[in-house]
Design a protein around this ligand. Structure first.
Ligand code: AMP
Length: 504
């Protein structure tokens, strides 16, 4: 394990880490800091909860000296909550180096932020709109920026900030270092990265170390009109610190008032609330003055609270990325957490989709069992420990397989004869990809033994591959986003109706 002193960040910052109680770098810090510190552009894949803020904070703090009169570091955040949290963490980390940090974001009065900018600072953390605004008001001078950090780039693009960021990038000196952090590497992220960065080194920790591993995931099949009942059972006993996600602002309002009428200590946040009220609620939640927070995705973005025990997907999200983001709110900074998703009978396919994406099996809980179930009870603990063991066993098997391979021993797939499943890959003839390329990709890059690959049906842009059952999870997980010809692979279980015409 790397120590902070081996990262090349200097004595002051090692002291800062120690003062924060951080004994060793997180994987993304160990991977990104040594590259960033050399001045190279870095495109890093990391989710919230992995220590990504520390990764870019240490890099830029080590590379700049405080006090030149104009800011040298600009950090762009998609939301005001995230800007606020990032600025607090950077402030905390710069006690020894004495960099001055200012946060600027919309929804808060100009006067205070303008006063701070005018007083002089080294690091500006801001949302794109307010950064442009402050430049137009001539209180922010970007001519001295040598370090640009684009945090949660995928969210930034999703939220429609591409043009604003482009404008800001256009105002910066071209001689600078750019660090971009994103939970996912979509084509769009790669495209903007190409335009805004100079041959960035890609750093990724997610395939080996997803944040969601620390969260014990479960789901309940429940009709819409019975969700509240189930939720009441989860939160009624012992009040686990719970974050509840709803799909819309109105649902957040309705659910929070219902819970509050029931006498629960609950707060709510969504995008229509004034910033001051949101901040007050988040503070109260952080300080344990309330046990339950009901939120929309946007409002909960970047919420940096370490001791959330339980995430409830009161409404399940349609895409697995949002799911992963949400459950990653629990199980932070090395602590275990649990997540329960309320899935209506019509939505049950989503569970498979989440499993495919996270590579972790999600345990089904009987709603009748949840009734009266106390999540910190020995019964539940035992249940979750069982599940964690299951995940651990799968991982051990994978490690054993890798170790065997490293020693050059052939790995015997212990497969039931002839049990194949079909996987669909987003690459085909039009991408110049052949069957051989697919076989090579699966054997060399994903690590599937040749004999575990069955027939391959080559399509124009989509191909279907038969893979021996016990390697299916591996392919879904390890093939993801790896290069196959010109495409970044996305592998899913093939829909059943697909027919295999072509044979290898
Ligand atoms: P982030 O991914 O930046 O949202 O960080 C998640 C949490 O992990 C934050 O509360 C950090 O304070 C904490 N953290 C960051 N780096 C470390 C570290 N090396 N050791 C322990 N905790 C850390």
């Amino acid at each position: 394990m790397t120590s902070f002193s081996e990262l090349g960040i200097g004595k002051n910052l090692c002291e800062a880490a120690a003062r924060m109680g951080w004994t060793e770098p997180t994987p993304i810090q160990a991977a990104a800091i040594p590259v960033g510190i050399t001045g190279r552009d870095v495109l890093a894949q990391a989710q919230t909860g992995t220590g990504k803020t520390g990764a870019f904070a240490f890099t830029v703090l080590a590379r700049t000296r405080p006090g030149p009169g104009v800011p040298t570091v600009l950090v762009l955040s998609p939301t005001r909550e995230l800007a606020d949290q990032v600025s607090h963490e950077m402030y905390a980390l710069s006690k020894e180096t004495r960099h001055r940090v200012v946060a600027i974001y919309g929804g808060a009065p100009y006067s205070d932020q303008m006063r701070r900018l005018s007083a002089g600072c080294d690091i500006v953390v801001g949302t794109p709109g307010r950064v442009i605004d402050m430049c137009e008001r001539e209180v922010l001078d970007l001519s001295g920026i040598t370090e640009l950090v684009i945090d949660e780039a995928d969210r930034m693009l999703d939220m429609g900030f591409t043009e604003e960021v482009r404008t800001i990038v256009g105002m910066l000196p071209s001689e600078r270092q750019t660090l971009m952090f994103s939970a996912t590497f979509s084509d769009e992220v790669r495209e903007v990265a190409e335009g805004w960065m100079d041959s960035p080194e890609e750093v990724s920790i997610s395939p080996e170390c997803p944040a969601s591993d620390l969260v014990e995931q479960s789901y309940v099949i429940v009709e819409r009109n019975r969700k509240y009942e189930v939720l009441r059972h989860i939160v009624s006993k012992n009040d686990p610190k719970t974050l509840v996600f709803c799909a819309t602002k109105k649902m957040v309002d309705d659910l929070a008032s219902r819970m509050s009428e029931d006498g629960l200590r609950v707060g709510s946040i969504h995008g229509d609330m004034p910033q001051s009220r949101r901040e007050k609620t988040i503070r109260a939640y952080r300080n344990d003055r309330m046990a339950i927070l009901v939120a929309t995705d946007v409002a909960a973005r970047g919420l940096d609270i370490d001791n959330i025990e339980c995430v409830v997907n009161y409404d399940t999200p349609t895409d697995p990325e949002t799911y992963t983001h949400r459950i990653g709110r629990a199980g932070r900074a090395g602590k275990r957490g649990f997540a329960v998703s309320f899935v209506t009978p019509r939505e049950d396919r989503r569970v498979q989709m989440y499993e495919d994406y996270t590579g972790v099996r999600i345990a089904k809980i009987n709603p009748k069992k949840i009734a009266g179930m106390d999540f910190s009870s020995p019964e539940v603990k035992e249940y979750h420990e069982g599940k964690v063991r299951m995940i651990q066993e799968a991982r051990d098997a994978r490690d054993a397989e890798r170790a065997a391979k490293a020693k050059g021993r052939p790995v015997q797939p212990q497969r039931a004869e002839g049990v194949y499943e079909q996987i669909s890959l987003n690459a085909g003839k039009s991408d110049g990809v052949s069957r051989n390329d697919i076989t090579e990709f699966l054997t060399n890059k994903v690590g599937v033994p040749r004999e575990a690959i069955g027939r391959i049906g080559l399509g124009k842009r989509t191909s279907f591959v038969e893979v021996s059952s016990e390697y299916v999870e591996k392919v879904l997980r390890d093939a993801e986003r790896r290069r196959l010809g010109p495409v970044g692979v996305h592998a899913i279980r093939a829909p059943e109706k697909v027919k295999m015409k072509d044979r290898v």
